[in-house]
Design a protein around this ligand. Sequence first.
Ligand SMILES: Cc1ncc(COP(=O)(O)O)c(C=O)c1O
Length: 386
Amino acid sequence: MQRPIYMDHHATTPVEPRVLAAMLPYFTDVFGNAASKDHDFGYQASQAVERARAQVAALINARPDEIIFTSGATEANNLALFGVAERYADKGDHIITCVTEHKAVLDAAKRLEYLGKRVTYLRVDQYGCIDLDEVRAAITPKTILISIMAANNEIGTLAPLADIGRIAREHGVLFHTDATQAAGYIPIDVHQQQIDLLSLSAHKMYGPKGIGALYVRRSNPRVRLAPMIYGGGHERGLRSGTLNVPGIVGFGMAAEIARREMATLAPQYRAWTTRLFAGLQERIEGVALNGHPTERLPHNLNVYIPQIESRAFIAGLHDLAIATGSACTSASVEPSHVIMALGFGEERAHGSLRFGVGRTNTSDQIEVAISIVAERVAKLRALLAR
Ligand SMILES: Cc1ncc(COP(=O)(O)O)c(C=O)c1O
């Protein structure tokens, strides 16, 4: 069995071989600039980009011309928040989001506050769920945007997208969702769920790093954005810069594979995370689930293990790659803002582990992971008891 075992698929995923194969010609043979369509080199590159745009759009039931390629979900989130705040400044200055969002939304929201906008940060309950009545109550005549993530990157809790979409639409407010962790794992339909803006990242779905997209609704309503990056007017003027053609091609292939294989992979992932939790519960006293028991990502498991300090715990695990919380904030030793928001206190935030299963795993690895974690907990607890 391959060691170490990788179970951190929320941080990133390896590029799938079919994705890599699709990308390779675009580094060498078909290297044209997709904006230089006067010759065949550029024309072929631009054709490949448009095919990928359609593949990405299909994953969320959008139109190809509603997909704006970005460098990833961080940029897509920033474009959504800053783009709406600037473009709709004459309509209002208020944004609603949630305390458990990814930093790419929270820090953008904080910056908007600094620039004079107003932001409401909705609280969550012990499962990480927002209260729809609080969403309704937070809306004012000056509200221009609701930004709520589709699935939490730490605890996997899913948001009721269709309900939020309906509330936003009823009040004439735009609805953005950061679907970085959800897309390719659970079905998303921007029409049925009335989503106006949606952020995606290729490297969370077995595509390459450094490429993502923002879906921007073009009708009912037509969403307008101010760009953040100015230049040659690429991507309908919303995101200038020479397109990352190999990255886009890889993203397209990753989205297509995810769309086709989601229905078979998701139950497999669900079975693994269910077994992982049951196995940990059998062997470790006091293990508790973080996040919602059923409304959660199939491939996520986040548990609290009393008496462990998760950073030190993980540092001592040589055969298993898991996480304490969000990789993007792992530079800080602050307790996870997501687990803190659940209201159980600092000890729980410092004693939680995140598992993210994926294509690289096998059923045998799930059993080995249970043993690795259980044995280390037993060892640490024995030391504490001395
Ligand atoms: C929910 C969520 N949003 C945004 C991001 C940032 O994505 P990217 O790495 O594409 O910038 C991540 C990645 O960790 C994420 O999990």
